[in-house]
Design a protein around this ligand. Structure first.
Ligand SMILES: *Cc1c(COP(=O)(O)O)cnc(C)c1O
Length: 368
């Protein structure tokens, strides 16, 4: 099965073997040793000296942690949304009582740092900016470095980042770009089954934490920090997933960050060029094309849901569909984590075989 959705992603055999191991005492010395190793590896991938909380949950839990650990009800925040995950982050902040101003862009577009700069300049009350680094629903990777520079021009405004589908796969130097809190999730580029998420906290974020009044319990990163000093987590962690992450970090560190980024770049260009070679059009503004997920327009006259079904049932290829209003209109190829060029070439081949069976011919697409 060629599973090419943007998470959960396939896992290396060594990781799968690790997650099947017998349990240990999560308050004993073996767990403490593993936690220290995982903490070190995760910080290396984050390129940070900041604390990184390791939480047991899916990625949305880490998004919630970004909000509840740094903000207070009534805080004026700018939520930059370029798709489904940006909307989700804004909704979480609203749910906890933040005063959210949404900067909503058309799906497929990337956020403009100058626009963010302008919005912050026009209103001095903003406490934080929420932004998605890589918008998985559209295949757009925001220019986070420029966005961070724009935010920093306005003093100590917090920059809270959902990097669930980018961190570990594309360059994201957390300290160099001075990002305050950055969320990731192990089931994306980290090559591990779902269950652990990470949230880095800058000094500025910790200061905000001390003043933050949003309710929090399970996702309290201060508790995570205090327990981590003793080699523990506040609550029972996903022990098996820690085993997997420990092994996956070994694989990632051995390959090296630069090689990982280059491999993702190669796989992404194969996905984009493969789609174009079939006569298909890409959905995202290509100036912001993501190196972890590619969204492709379903051609006129073809039923998008039927396409993913035929691919799954007859070509052993599982791709993502479109979310919300894009359901049936795009399909998404995940190329992050445990992926090689051949996996993406196989996707192009399968799509090329399935499409004509659904009434598509490239010459017709080119003519329309
Ligand atoms: C997958 C993803 C999430 C959420 O992860 P879940 O584990 O499904 O909760 C959040 N943000 C982005 C950008 C993602 O790709």
């Amino acid at each position: 099965m060629n599973l090419r959705i943007p998470g959960p992603t396939p896992c290396p055999p060594e990781v799968l073997e690790a997650v099947g191991r017998q349990m240990i005492n999560h308050r004993g010395p073996e767990f403490a040793e593993m936690l220290a190793r995982v903490d070190k590896g995760v910080k290396h991938v984050y390129q940070t000296k900041n604390d990184v909380a390791l939480l047991t949950s899916g990625g949305t839990g880490a998004m919630e942690a970004l909000v509840v650990n740094t903000l207070s009800p009534g805080d004026h925040v700018l939520a930059v949304s370029i798709g489904a995950f940006g909307d989700r982050l804004a909704s979480i902040a609203e749910t906890y009582g933040a005063d959210v101003v949404r900067m909503k862009l058309d799906w497929g577009k990337g956020a403009d740092a100058a626009e963010i700069d302008k919005a912050l300049a026009a209103d001095s009350k903003f406490k934080a900016v929420l932004v998605t680094h890589n918008e998985t629903s559209t295949g757009v990777c925001n220019d986070l470095e420029s966005i961070a520079k724009a935010v920093r021009k306005h003093g100590d405004i917090l920059l809270l980042v959902d990097a669930v589908s980018s961190l570990s796969s594309v360059p994201l130097p957390v300290d160099k770009w001075d990002l305050d809190a950055v969320a990731s999730g192990c089931q994306k580029g980290w090559m591990v089954p779902p269950g652990i998420t990470m949230v880095s906290m800058s000094a500025r974020a910790w200061k905000a934490y001390e003043q933050s009044k949003m309710p929090r319990f399970y996702f309290d990163v201060g508790r995570a920090r205090d327990f981590a000093k003793r080699g523990q987590t506040p609550w029972t962690p996903a022990v098996s997933i820690f085993y997997g992450l420990d092994v996956a970090l070994g694989i990632l560190l051995k390959e090296g960050l630069e090689s990982i980024y280059a491999r993702h770049e190669r796989c992404a260009s194969l996905a984009r060029n493969g789609a174009k070679s079939l006569g298909l059009q890409l959905f995202a503004d290509q100036r912001y094309a993501s190196n972890t997920v590619t969204a492709v327009k379903v051609p006129e006259g073809v039923d998008g849901k039927e396409l993913t079904k035929v691919l799954r049932e007859e070509y052993d290829t599982v791709l993502g569909g479109g979310q919300q209003h894009l359901a049936g209109k795009i399909f998404r190829i995940g190329h992050l984590g445990y992926v090689q060029e051949a996996d993406i070439e196989a996707v192009t081949e399968a799509v090329g075989k399935a499409l004509p069976r659904l009434g598509f011919s490239p010459s017709r697409a080119a003519a329309s």
